[in-house]
Write a protein that binds this ligand. Sequence first.
Ligand SMILES: Cc1ncc(COP(=O)(O)O)c(C=O)c1O
Length: 413
Amino acid sequence: MTHSRRDLVRHAGAWLATVSALKAAPVSPAAGNEDYWRMVKRQFPLEDKLIYLNAANVCPASRGVLDRHLEYLRDFQANPSFQNRMKYEAMAERARGKAGALLGCDKEEIAFTRNTSESTNTVVNGLDLREGDEIVITAHNHPSNNDSWKVKAKRHRLVVKEAVVPIPAKSQQQLLDSIASLVTPRTKVIAVTHLTNTTGNAYPAKAIASLARQKGIWMHLDGAQTLGALNVNLRDIGCDSYAGSAHKWLMGPLEAGLLYVRTERMSELWPQVVTAGWSDKVAGARKFEVYGQRDNPRLVAVEAALDFLQLIGMEHVDARLRALVKRGKEQLAAIPGVELKTSLDPQLSGGVIKFNVKSKPLKEVYDGLWTRHRIAIAQTPAGDAQGLRISPHIYNTMDEMDQVVAAVKELVG
Ligand SMILES: Cc1ncc(COP(=O)(O)O)c(C=O)c1O
């Protein structure tokens, strides 16, 4: 088979079907255009009766992304020669360019990692900090951006200061103040979450980055709940580093992620893994992804996931997600016995909805949603974030939002 014929066969699967469906859609991706979004939903291999509302944890990959992933897995295994694998380097560079374009930064500032946890830990362990240096975090940071700092603090005698998180947040100023009030002349790092997985608070990342920049403080942003969900421009935000996972809102392969490091501060961060392929000349953020042999096909799947978002348009994805969440939040807030823990204000929230139930044991509602309605969500059994979490994405319809609300109403009533 000739090269071009082989390429044709390779791409003539679900990926091509996805591209033509999205490109030829007779309707626009406006947030309220159900016909368009139903077509998007059909691109996903989700079970028929399943209402999947746990994007904040893991998202399904679309058929096209899966197809491209599988094609290249087969390609790799069928011919693992250096000659065949050579092409993967150029493909990873293409993916890097697309990730940079999605996030409004230079491709040189992007490293491909395994997930948000690894990206954040690269920052935690890669910064030179000295005894007495202070790190400001929040109580609702994920353990990868909370406990990781505490472990480092124990080892190097650093001081970690943890901001209290208001539930729900009342204003951006309130969130900014909760961070700013902990900053001292010894603060070297501010590490916050762009949008919390606990109660869905959106932190004012730009204002926090500006505060950090004025004082020469490193500002790390955990973007696990914004990468692929909301329109993010890292240059505009001005943070020094940003971490995200491909298997969440990006709808890419499992165990893939990225780390952004701002060019101007790149030299301050040490790599964590140094192995074959390392040299002092490794350019840009690539120095944080010298892992030895990589799973090259997985990076092809990351590129496919970026292409998929690009085909729809990130601004449309952002708007649709916000429309789904608005529908869910407003109806949930109106149910007696339901306490919304996420702000209704779009400036203070994103794709995550958290609510508590007063009239019934939480687990009963959680289990009832699954066993009676096959609705998959997440629960936090205790603590200040106690409650049920609903996180839709573009494969969900407005009907599904109404169905989950109706099911909650039935179960708490
Ligand atoms: C805010 C936040 N940060 C980090 C993570 C960790 O992501 P991963 O397990 O993909 O590393 C999560 C996972 O849910 C998260 O919600």
